[in-house]
Design a protein around this ligand. Structure first.
Ligand SMILES: [Zn+2]
Length: 452
């Protein structure tokens, strides 16, 4: 009976995928949605590819899974992934079903699947990944993800004990996930060790989850990323198997376990992501030379981070900055503050457009967002665009950012006109996922103003 239901769901989903293709549209998650609606345990009936890799965690899933996919493809493997669609249950089902024949047998040898943390309970009970890469566990949208303990609970309940975990050692929440899994590989960073022991005001972990003792930091890089140890029971940061020991920004390289790799993007969060990917790839037997070659051609960050010259000595850097996610946006503020230059201007478009148009928007994330990097003297102008601009104004005032260098524009359209191009040369445009079209339009308008 079960099998019949699966076959029916498979035929319906394949027909939907074919229909979409005939209409000239890419197969999105719709076929997957049909499949899981008709057979909730659909994924469980598919035969697992030879190697199934899942990538999960709060930040960096897409960058990491796209990179792993492109490296494996460049080594000649046939790889399926869900980068075209979504990372929730239907998106995962869509990717796996497109890779399967009618009876659920996979066409490609390897699947690299990005999995939204909250979807874990609907995915892992049905299919056991060989490897799960977990980048970090941070506070995210309160509305969608509640808090890190809730997300940890979901992952601990869902992750199969047979999977090998590739974990960020420097994230004390991430490194202790799923204790039922014995096969654990840790990655992290020793380079550019900070000398401070404080992260943001908002902390996701303060006390030892094992005994309730205070967690004492050797150093904190940001948020709870760093090295910590419980003062009572010794619970703490595990030893690493893969370590970033050096970052050479001048020559554009970083070093993991004595081997150099190209530094595609020097934002520290991305160096962590690449180290996690290198840990997995090396474990899979991919050689250093193969990874290095793939770094040259990988199109990993183009949609998330683009920097270009505008003419007249000006530059534009566009950075995806997920709204509702205080850690992601804080990291981008911090990154821009550390970029070279004394003429920096930020145009910040991080409103949750979908929420403030159709839904209920929660703005309390702005009070977890760390505005202090914006005090940097090299940043001369900061423009907040969108309906929530005055909420940002309050936060800027609370942080002590001089009013003279800020501007608040309620309409995103045309916000680029507020940039003082006579004074500022390096423009950074930070935009939310849902504002990609708006960002492209403003980018075009800016180029028009610069005559580029
Ligand atoms: Zn303890």
């Amino acid at each position: 009976m079960k099998t019949l239901r699966f076959l029916f769901a498979m035929v319906a989903a394949k027909c939907a995928a074919l229909g979409l293709r005939l209409l000239g549209r890419n197969a999105t998650y719709l076929p997957g949605l049909i499949a899981v609606k008709l057979a909730p345990d659909f994924i469980g009936h598919l035969k697992k590819p030879e190697t199934l890799i899942c990538v999960t965690g709060t930040n960096g899933k897409t960058t990491t899974s796209n990179f792993i996919t492109s490296v494996l493809k460049s080594t000649g493997k046939r790889v399926t992934n869900n980068s075209f669609g979504s990372n929730v249950q239907a998106g995962v089902a869509a990717a796996l079903l497109l890779n399967a024949n009618l009876f659920g047998k996979p066409k490609n040898d390897v699947a690299v699947i990005e999995v939204d943390e909250r979807s874990s309970l609907k995915i892992y009970p049905y299919i056991t990944p060989d490897y799960i890469v977990i980048n970090n566990i941070m506070r995210d949208s309160l509305k969608r993800n509640a808090h890190t303990e809730f997300i940890s609970f979901i992952l601990n309940s869902a992750i199969p004990k047979e999977s090998t975990l590739i974990l960020n050692a420097d994230d004390i929440i991430c490194s202790h996930l799923a204790p039922q899994c014995e096969k654990r590989i840790y990655f992290g960073m020793d380079a550019e060790k900070p000398d401070h022991t404080e992260g943001m005001a908002a902390k996701d972990i303060v006390y030892c989850p094992a005994c309730g003792g205070r967690l004492v930091a050797e150093y904190i890089r940001y948020n709870h990323i760093g090295r910590v140890k419980c003062e009572r029971c010794g619970y703490g940061t595990p030893d690493r198997d893969f370590t970033v020991t050096a970052i050479d920004r001048e020559n554009g390289t970083f070093t993991v376990n004595g081997e150099d790799y190209k530094l595609v993007n020097d934002n520290i969060v991305n160096v962590f992501n690449f180290c996690g990917a290198i840990a997995l790839l090396t474990t899979l037997g991919v050689t250093h030379a193969e990874i290095v070659k793939a770094f040259e051609t990988a199109e990993i960050v183009k949609t998330r981070f683009v920097s270009e010259a505008l003419g007249g000595g000006r530059s534009l850097t566009m950075i995806l900055s997920k709204g509702q996610n205080p850690v992601a946006v804080s990291r981008v503020f911090s990154y821009v503050s550390k970029c070279e230059g004394d003429d920096k201007c930020l145009l910040v478009m991080v409103d949750d457009k979908a929420d403030n148009t159709n839904n209920v928007e929660n703005t309390c994330w702005l009070y977890d967002l760390d505005y202090r990097p914006l005090l940097d003297k090299g940043i001369g102008q900061i423009i907040f665009a969108g309906k929530r601009c005055y909420e940002h104004q309050l936060r800027c005032a609370m942080t002590g950012i001089p009013a003279a260098k800020t501007a608040f524009v309620p309409e995103v359209a045309g916000s680029v006109n507020a940039i003082d191009l006579d004074r500022f040369k390096d423009i950074y445009l930070l935009y939310d996922n849902y504002l990609l079209d708006d960002a492209r339009r403003e980018e075009k308008a800016l180029k028009g103003r610069c005559g580029a």
